[in-house]
Design a protein around this ligand. Structure first.
Ligand code: ADP
Length: 500
């Protein structure tokens, strides 16, 4: 410390201060050097300066051109001359310099200050302060390259894409977005995107988007976006959160994919399904009626052999009728024509009825039930019977090696809860979330032997949801499944089904 070194003698004290200043300079973490004379002879260089130039102290006393021959052609000697002769101080920022270090040419980036060095009022040399900023420059170059690559990719992909900050404020869109919507960055900034949304769907979009922002969950939704031609087209929008290493959301990355073509194909498929199932229904109904007439005739004649065959045919016709009716239900759901006829009825009685019917036609499994008292429910009796039918027939179908199904009903809150338990093949967790989707069937070795179309559970879940209820599953592969449904006693008393 300067104060500690005081001896009382001013000359001594000055010597100490000079020594300390010299030592400070020599140990400083930035490169210092002094070049003197017109040939820029190196008089002094600190350790950092030597390291930066890849040199050792034996270069002191040599001219800079001798030490670093390559720098003349890189324009540095002219700069030194300007400082030495013109008295200018020159600042160079991130200046590239190629030096030979350890026998290899290396380009580095340095911040340099060249300043005239005065002695007795004259400029006798150049004082140089240098800092190696190669790492910073390379990092900036790399991030610029990355940004360029990202922009090239983002602007050339067929989807519309954008980035928002953690609060949902959109600050970047790709060029496809502007091309498709015919808007400008100024119009779209922040929440400006609302202008290209259909006012009819905007509230639902905003609500869902706000939910994602609050919960940090991926956003996925289909909604229309207006094009530059003022035509709304359906887009599938997916927004994923980008997190920092602490796990906090720092950005949202959104993409909008035009699904007009897919929607058209879906529409054609739905039309075809609807037409085909309608067309099939009439001949199958006649077939069933003729079969029943034939059964009566054969019974009268006592022809038991042919009667047996016709009865078997009747069973197959019944299966066909169920399949056609399921397909018709799907097309009705799609077109919004799945209508309900609602009454007040005893739910316990309905479940009993379904179980009895199933038990008669299925001898392989014993269906046991634990019942609560009679429960009055307001809803579509036939459709809820269809749900129970589907759950029990699935339980039988997917547990070929078991012989027991357990049905439970009990009052739960303001409704009734029913469970159908089997001891069959079970469903893995990854498939559980999809089994209520239309045409979804679990694939795998265990499932390949079971026939089906993957629409029974879809229809069941649509019915339960429309009746204000819930449907869910618990299952363990190889041990069995429990399907649950919960139905309100009277869904008219529930204002918002989503709150259930
Ligand atoms: P499917 O006609 O294929 O049975 P569903 O819609 O009724 O159609 O069921 C969808 C899929 O869910 C089935 O393909 C099957 O893989 C699975 N699944 C349904 N119920 C059960 C069950 N009780 N046990 C195991 N898997 C089941």
């Amino acid at each position: 410390m300067l104060t500690e070194q005081k001896t009382g003698n001013p000359a001594d004290e000055e010597k100490v201060i000079n020594l300390q200043a010299y030592s400070l300079l020599m140990q400083a973490p930035v490169g210092f050097s002094l070049l003197k004379g017109n040939d820029h002879i190196l008089q002094l260089a600190n350790a950092a300066g030597l390291t930066l130039a890849g040199q050792t102290p034996d270069i002191i006393g040599k001219s800079i051109v001798e030490i670093l021959p390559g720098i003349e052609s890189q324009g540095y000697i002219q700069i030194l001359d300007r400082v030495k002769h013109g008295g200018e101080t020159i600042n160079l920022v991130q200046s590239p310099v190629t030096l030979v270090k350890n026998g290899e040419e290396q380009t580095m980036y340095v911040n340099l200050i060249y300043q005239p060095y005065y002695e007795g009022g004259d400029i006798t040399g150049v004082l140089s302060v240098s800092t190696d900023v190669t790492q910073q420059v390379l990092a900036i170059k790399e991030s610029e390259e990355l940004r360029e690559r990202f922009e090239t990719m983002a602007n050339n992909m067929p989807n519309l894409a954008w980035i928002a900050d953690a609060d949902g404020w959109i600050f970047w869109y790709n060029s496809r977005w502007y091309e498709y919507t015919g808007t400008t960055p100024r119009q779209m900034e922040g929440w400006g995107w609302k202008d290209v949304h259909d006012p009819a769907t905007l509230p639902a979009v905003l609500e869902k988007w706000q939910l994602s922002i609050n919960s940090g969950e991926v956003f996925e939704m289909i909604f229309p976006i207006k094009g530059a031609d003022n035509v709304y087209r359906p887009f599938l929008t997916r927004v994923v959160p980008i997190r920092n290493i602490k796990g906090d959301i720092i950005r949202w990355l959104g993409t909008n994919t035009d699904i007009t073509k897919q929607k058209e194909v879906e529409r054609l498929k739905d039309n075809f399904l609807s037409m085909a199932s309608h067309e099939l229904k009439t001949p199958v109904t006649s077939l069933k009626a003729y079969g029943q007439l034939a059964e009566i005739q054969l019974e009268k004649k006592g022809d038991t052999q042919v009667l047996g065959l016709v009865q078997k045919m009747g069973k197959q016709v019944n299966r066909l009728t169920t399949l056609i009716e399921d397909l018709l239900d799907v097309t009705k759901i799609q077109s919004g024509k799945f209508f309900f006829t609602e009454t007040v009825f005893d739910f316990r009685e309905l479940v009993l009825e379904v179980i009895n019917d199933m038990q008669i036609t299925n001898g392989s499994h014993e269906i046991t039930c634990n019942f609560c008292n009679s429960i009055t429910v307001f809803g579509d009796r036939d459709k809820l019977g269809q749900v129970m039918n589907n759950l029990i027939s699935n339980a039988i179908k997917y547990s070929p090696k078991a012989d027991k199904i357990i049905v439970n009903t009990h009052v739960e809150g303001e409704g009734v809860q029913v469970s159908v338990q089997d001891f069959g093949i079970g469903i893995s967790t990854e498939h559980q979330k999809n089994i209520f989707d239309q045409f979804y069937r679990v694939t795998g070795e265990n499932q390949s032997t079971f026939s089906g179309m993957g629409i029974g559970l879809y229809i069941a879940s649509e019915i339960v949801k429309k009746q204000g209820g819930k449907i869910w599953i618990e299952s363990i592969v190889g041990e069995g499944s429990v399907f649950y449904i919960w139905l309100p006693f009277d869904h008219r008393t529930i204002k918002n089904f989503n709150d259930i």
